[in-house]
Design a protein around this ligand. Structure first.
Ligand code: X6L
Ligand code: MG
Ligand code: MG
Length: 273
């Protein structure tokens, strides 16, 4: 992948665990790699086809000098996330050197380096209590309102018969593609908070709900933890998931079965026929 590399931008700032570091300040050296396809810029010679590295340097300087953190880990993380949000790049590497840290031992430099990127996730959305259509539309807007989440595709919202526990009202269901800076566990926590803010009560398992947000895929990761399983372990059996999902991601490969979503849908349709 092409990249724009910024090496050792000097910023005077006050990050550190020691109080002298916070009061006196010191120089930090900040390096950045912005991974970006530069073909278009290379062909057209247009600044609009690339990222203006002068603006990136100004932006990093502002973040580093206008905040005070204990850790350079925190500074690197903040810079990475904010650059990904502000500039048109999918992946960045940020290195923060602190060569003049007040230690009694000599080192050439000390640095931390983090690599961060936009991730793609697919979310199933459903509602079967209340103003279902409004709830779903408002929930999508709420998701998109977070700086760390961008809703990049929305399927048709379809009416479906309840599956599993069948003595409950019909659902509206759909699927979303999002781009996010959140890790899977953070994304799950955010989805649960949004569900709660729309009045979701967890009384009976699989009972009626104002809003349900499930993670179907997170990149091509396989996650098996006590509170989160990705890919969603029952998605291949749920028409109300595969129909809308195959509208927005027909060729996405299920990382466990190795099959594209459209194939999972075909198989479920032939089983149900
Ligand atoms: C045996 C036992 C076989 C339980 C299946 C299947 C349980 C699906 C729960 C199951 C079983 C579920 C929605 C829904 C639910 C939805 C529609 C679930 C969780 N959520 N039906 N049922 N849409 N149409 O969003 O999916 S409850
Ligand atoms: Mg759920
Ligand atoms: Mg669900």
């Amino acid at each position: 992948m092409d990249r724009i590399h910024i090496e050792k931008l000097e910023v005077f700032a006050r990050h550190g665990v020691c109080s002298e570091e916070n009061s006196l300040g010191q120089k930090f050296l900040i390096s950045a790699d912005l991974y970006k396809d530069l073909h278009e810029a290379g062909k057209t010679d247009e600044l609009t086809a690339t990222v203006h590295y002068g603006k990136v340097c100004e932006f990093i300087t502002k973040i580093a000098s206008e905040n005070t953190y204990k850790l350079i880990e925190k500074l690197a993380e903040e810079i990475a996330d904010k650059v990904l949000i502000k500039f048109d790049v999918d992946r960045v590497k940020i290195r923060v050197d602190k060569p003049w840290a007040p230690m009694l031992l000599h080192v050439d430099t000390v640095f931390v380096e983090v690599e961060r990127q936009w991730h793609t996730a697919y979310i199933s959305i459903g509602s079967n209590i209340g103003e279902r259509e409004n709830i779903i539309n408002d929930a999508i807007k709420t998701l998109d309102s977070f700086e760390e989440i961008r809703v990049s595709a929305v399927s048709d919202i379809i009416e479906t018969k309840p599956y599993g526990v069948t003595d409950q009202p019909d659902f509206l269901n759909g699927c979303l593609e999002i781009r996010t800076l959140l890790r899977p566990g953070e994304l799950l926590a955010e989805l649960l908070l949004i569900e709660a803010s729309f009045g979701r009560e967890r009384k009976e398992h699989w009972g009626p709900r104002t809003l349900d947000l499930d993670i179907l895929f997170y990149d091509s990761e396989c996650i098996l933890s006590h509170d989160l399983v990705v890919p969603h372990p029952d998605m291949q059996n749920r028409m109300f998931v595969l129909k809308p999902l195959s509208q927005i991601a027909p060729y996405f490969i299920h990382p466990v079965t190795g099959e594209p979503v459209c194939r999972l849908l075909e198989k479920l349709e032939s089983r149900e026929a």
